[in-house]
Design a protein around this ligand. Sequence first.
Ligand code: ADP
Ligand code: TRP
Length: 321
Amino acid sequence: MRILSGIQPSGSLHIGNYFGMMKPMIEYQEVDELYCFIVNYHAMTSVTDGKQLAKGTVDAAMDFLALGLDPDQAIFWVQSDVPEVAELTWILSNVTPVGLLLRSHSYKDKIAQGLSPNHGLLSYPVLMAADILLYQSERVPVGQDQQQHLEIARDIAIKFNHFFGETFVIPEAEINPNIPTVLGLDGRKMSKSYDNTIEIFTAEESLRKKIAGIVTDSTPVSEPKDPDKCNLFAIISLFLSEDEKTDLAERYRRGGLKYSEVKNELFGGIWEFFGPAREKRKQLEQAPDHVREVLQAGAEKARAKALPTLELAKERVGLVY
Ligand code: ADP
Ligand code: TRP
């Protein structure tokens, strides 16, 4: 099965990104044909500082490699290193109804958040369709929030095939109900847009500070507490075995539990869980040129896969003469 997914380098990656996207992707590389990329063209719709975008791109690549993405098993690259995707975006634009784009929840949400309603933001889903169709992807694992983008990609592919003849594989969204939505410091979904994140590779002191900031209720220490209503419990559970979770839930219900104890345990859990990746990341930071070489080699492999599809699409629409 050919699986493809991308992540925007628009801020430090957090444990929601890890459990929701990166970990499942890293697991796919063992059994599937995995295409995994850093979508820096997409991030341009929200990051307007060029230096920040460039740094974010290398950082996201180092994060993925440190966490176990193996460039020998997966095709791993930076979106703009295969600029042909922009060419396909233009081709697909001509079968994309503007009404479809104007109905995008993500477009409306971003405008509501104050982003300027420019053409990049409106055509974001066309670029995403090009990402997916250029590599003839069969499955696209995404979070719930990306489901509509996948529908748009399917609509565009179906329309293109109908007008110009069979060209693209129709992709399927894969929304795995077993993948948790990780909650943030304030109990809402963890997201950089809510500023409630716990970064994967933050320094020790700032990790402690973040954890201290997890919102808990004001039940007195002696009283029993409900683990199922506790945001801190939800977060620490990501790092516990089933038995450990049951024990902690029991401590909540018994009374006498201090949230500060659980916060200390959470700090220890996160620090240990990401320990080996932290070491690997330090090594990668010492070798940025090696990281760039890995990405270049990935882009070459990706381009080799992309070119035949792009050629076919160009032929179909009459750009080959
Ligand atoms: P953010 O909300 O921080 O901007 P993105 O929207 O860039 O994150 O998400 C990148 C990837 O990480 C997506 O595949 C998304 O489904 C996943 N993801 C983001 N936040 C969470 C979360 N809180 N829980 C689970 N998965 C998440
Ligand atoms: N829009 C996706 C997100 O914000 C990122 C993305 C861009 C993507 N191109 C993609 C995801 C192609 C899957 C496939 O999470």
